[in-house]
Design a protein around this ligand. Structure first.
Ligand code: URA
Length: 245
C-alpha cells in the first residue's frame, strides 16, 4: 500500500492533507522520515509501524476499541447538554473513512450520560451489528448502586421478569446478584432504552449510580482510567466472540 493511501485509510485527513504531512517530513516509517507519498508500505510485516508528528500508530484495517466512559458524557456525535464521548478519542479515530463518506468509529450501543464503564467502539459495521443484535444475547454486566437496600423479593422479580411501559413482554435479568445491601450486579442480554434504571424502578427501588463492568467475557480493565481508551487485541476480540457461558 502507498504511504499516502495508508494515512488516508487510518483517518489522517483527505489524500491531499496526507500527502502534505508526508512531504513536510512529519511521517516516520521504521523510525526514519519518509517524504515520498508513493513509497510502498508492507503492512503485512508484523514489525510495521508508522509515526505522525511523533505519535506512533499501528496499522489497523478495522478499528476496535474500548473506552472507559466517564460520567457526564453523551454517546452521541451531536450531544445536547454534555460533551460527546467522541471528543475523548484522537482525531484519526473519529475520521477513519468508510466507503463514500467519512465515518469514524461508532459506539456499540449507548450508555446514559451519568453511566460509567465499558463501551466498545468500531468502524466495522458487521461487528457493531453482531454485538448489538438481540438474537445473539451478548451478556452485559452492570454494577448498580441502589438508593434503598435491596431485598430478596426485588431480586426475585428482576430474575423472573418485569414489564416495562413500552412492551407487554416481560424483560428478565440473566442474573441479579446482591454484592452488598445497595450494590447489585445485574446481567442483561438485551439493550432497551434506560433498561437497568427502568427495571430497578419497576421493582420499587431506584438507581443512584450505574457502571458497566463487562461485555460478553470481556472485563473493563482495572488500569483503564475513566476517559481513557485502548485498542482491542486479538484476545479481547476472542472474549467478545465467545458464546455466553
Ligand atoms: N441501562 C440504563 O438504564 N442505562 C444505561 O446507561 C445502560 C443500561
Amino acid at each position: 500500500m502507498r504511504l499516502d493511501d495508508l494515512l488516508f485509510s487510518q483517518g489522517f485527513g483527505t489524500r491531499r492533507v496526507c500527502a502534505g504531512l508526508i512531504e513536510r517530513g512529519l511521517v516516520n516509517v521504521g523510525g526514519q522520515p519518509c517524504t515520498d507519498p508513493g513509497a510502498f508500505m508492507d503492512i503485512a510485516d508484523p514489525g510495521f509501524a508508522f509515526a505522525v508528528q511523533g505519535v506512533t500508530w499501528p496499522y489497523r484495517e478495522r478499528a476496535y476499541l474500548m473506552l472507559h466512559k466517564p460520567a457526564g458524557t453523551e454517546c452521541s456525535h451531536r450531544p445536547g447538554a454534555w460533551p460527546s464521548i467522541y471528543t475523548l478519542l484522537p482525531a484519526p479515530l473519529r475520521q477513519r473513512p468508510a466507503p463514500g463518506k467519512v465515518q469514524g468509529v461508532q459506539a456499540v450501543g449507548r450508555l446514559d450520560q451519568d453511566t460509567t464503564g465499558l463501551l466498545l467502539l468500531s468502524d466495522d459495521g458487521a461487528f457493531i451489528h453482531r454485538m448489538n443484535s438481540p438474537r445473539r444475547h451478548v451478556p452485559k454486566v452492570y454494577e448498580v448502586t441502589t438508593k434503598h437496600p435491596l431485598d430478596e423479593r426485588q431480586l426475585e422479580r428482576l430474575r423472573a421478569g418485569v414489564v416495562l411501559d413500552d412492551d407487554p413482554r416481560p424483560v428478565r435479568a440473566a442474573a441479579a446478584e446482591p454484592v452488598s445491601d445497595t450494590h447489585l450486579r445485574l446481567t442483561l442480554t438485551e439493550g432497551k432504552y434506560h433498561q437497568v434504571k427502568r427495571m430497578v424502578a419497576a421493582v420499587g427501588n431506584r438507581v443512584d449510580a450505574l457502571h458497566r463492568s463487562r461485555i460478553g467475557a470481556l472485563d473493563l480493565p482495572g488500569d483503564l482510567a475513566p476517559g481513557q481508551w485502548r485498542w482491542l487485541d486479538e484476545g479481547d476480540l476472542a472474549l467478545l466472540a465467545a458464546p455466553p457461558a
